[in-house]
Design a binder for this molecule. Structure first.
Ligand SMILES: [Zn+2]
Length: 490
């Protein structure tokens, strides 16, 4: 729905120039304003194009490491726009890097495009899967890729006018649990960058200044001995018993880990039938903390608990670290730069049809107070607590390799939590497209500042090196394992 587009609200070029002059007064010569508007007017003129591209990815809805069509759409689109594209970097078939321009500085942006299992949802303001049980874009990665690709193309339009510098956009697969960027850092994909610009769809517009949580995802498999559960139970050794005892110990452990830690699990295999003593059983855990050393400590304690569970139940076990991500290394200089440009770009305004869709979606979600919609129009100050403080992302790995600035931009109608049908539904309409292109403007403006003011890069790098420390070496939390290409397969 919402195929037409009339009002891009605060984003129009006239508004942009007026806002820029209001913020910067007479400080900038008129030539600079004109140059800076090159990418903004490109984005204003290509709404329909990016609206259809984001909707393609929305329909493809491919899960982590299976994003063949989504990744190829962006590769061929970027090639058509003059970028030099390398597919399949870091041994990941659906990862890519695309580059435009030459020389320093080299500024990076990241696109994601993986969907979530079981989140299929139509673009309607009530819960209705497109295809029941199938994947859907509950985290808005259809928009994340669109915002970053369009932002990078906007930068290329400016570079094409004879400016020096390089824009590099990275196609990053499997953010949802596959930790694609950790493999890309391990594979040195981000070497040679001066700064990285990162964003994520949200219900608000705000700079991200939190470290979030480092995490590891670990699969524990217990091996017992099958037997008739009634006829010969004494001959069996239950792998499910081991999982239960292990989970019990981990639940006891919660009291004795730092309060900001998170431990959660699902039993992915609890046996096949009650009348068969389970020969194998499996449980999948996440361990998280704002400090990756605590994550590693919890993991080593969990391994001892698993050993104890196996010993007490006459079983054995093995474990597999599926993915691992660092907490974010925040960079104040980058956050300040992004905050300024977020103010400049402003938020989104919805037209009558989008507003009606939003009102109905919120009504169907039990939200009576529609004033929360104003969050999409305004720019909110960064907060120290809340949702972002307790989530993890594979972007964390990247922030330890290159000074990174991150922000959130309104692409969803408030209603559900993250990874909900509400977010999927609104992200697949022009509401999502407006958010993606609003984010693209923040990315473009921030890149423009980095290209034209080398001092910004010097300051961001100085802070980055100081915070990271002189002896830093990237040690991937998932170790030397191969990428878990099949982690999304049933
Ligand atoms: Zn996400």
């Amino acid at each position: 729905m919402f195929s037409s587009f009339r009002n891009f609200g605060l984003f129009s070029l006239g508004f942009f120039l007026a806002g820029l002059m209001a913020i910067e007064g007479e400080a900038k010569p008129k030539g600079d304003l004109k140059m800076r508007s090159v990418g903004i007017s490109y984005l204003d003129c290509h709404f329909h194009l990016y609206d259809s591209l984001q909707k393609n990815i929305f329909k493809y809805a491919e899960t982590g490491y299976n994003e063949v069509r989504s990744s190829e759409q962006w590769c061929s689109f970027l090639e058509k726009n003059g970028f030099r594209v390398t597919r399949g970097i870091a041994g990941l078939p659906t990862a890519f890097v695309a580059e435009y321009g030459s020389g320093r500085p080299v500024i990076g942006m990241m696109a994601e495009y993986d969907a979530l299992r079981g989140m299929s949802q139509d673009t309607v303001p009530y819960e209705k899967p497109l295809v029941s049980g199938q994947p859907g874009h509950g985290c808005g990665h259809n928009l994340l890729g669109t915002g970053s690709v369009s932002g990078a193309v906007a930068v290329s339009k400016w570079l094409a006018q004879g400016h020096s510098g390089t824009i590099r956009i990275f196609g990053c697969p499997a953010e949802e649990g596959g930790g694609g960027k950790a493999y890309m850092v391990r594979g040195h994909c981000f070497d040679g960058l001066d700064a990285m610009l990162d964003w994520h769809p949200d219900t608000r517009n705000t700079v991200n200044t939190q470290s979030g949580l480092a995490d590891v995802q670990v699969r524990f498999t217990f091996h017992g001995k099958a037997s008739h559960a009634s006829g010969a139970p004494e001959k069996g050794r239950s792998a499910l018993d081991a999982v239960e005892v292990f989970d019990y110990m981990m639940n006891m452990m919660r009291e004795h880990v730092p309060q900001t830690s998170r431990i959660h699990y699902i039993i992915t295999d609890g046996g096949k039938a009650p009348n068969v003593v389970p020969e194998t059983a499996q449980v999948l855990y996440y361990f998280r903390s704002p400090d990756r050393k605590i994550v590693q400590d919890i993991l080593s304690r969990a391994l001892k608990a698993a050993e104890g569970a196996a010993m007490g139940t006459g079983t054995s076990f093995d474990h597999e670290i599926v993915s691992g991500n660092y907490e974010r290394l925040e960079n104040d200089a980058m956050a300040e730069l992004i905050g300024r440009n977020l103010q400049l770009a402003g938020g989104v305004r919805y037209d009558a049809r989008e507003s009606a869709f939003a009102a109905e979606l919120m009504r169907n979600s039990g939200i009576r107070d529609t004033s929360v919609l104003r969050m999409a129009r305004n720019v909110a100050p960064p907060t120290a607590e809340g949702y972002e403080a307790y989530v993890s992302s594979d972007v964390g790995n990247v922030t330890w390799e290159v000074p990174t600035g991150s922000f959130r931009y309104a692409c969803f109608i408030p209603g559900g939590n993250g990874h909900s049908w509400q977010q999927t539904a609104s992200g697949g309409t022009t509401i999502g497209t407006k958010g993606a292109l609003g984010a693209a403007k923040v990315l473009y403006l921030s890149a423009y500042d980095l290209f034209t003011n080398p001092e910004l890069i010097v300051e961001a790098r100085r802070e980055f090196l100081e915070k990271r420390g002189p002896d830093f070496v990237f040690e991937p939390l998932m170790g030397n394992r191969n990428p878990p290409f099949d982690y999304c397969r049933p």
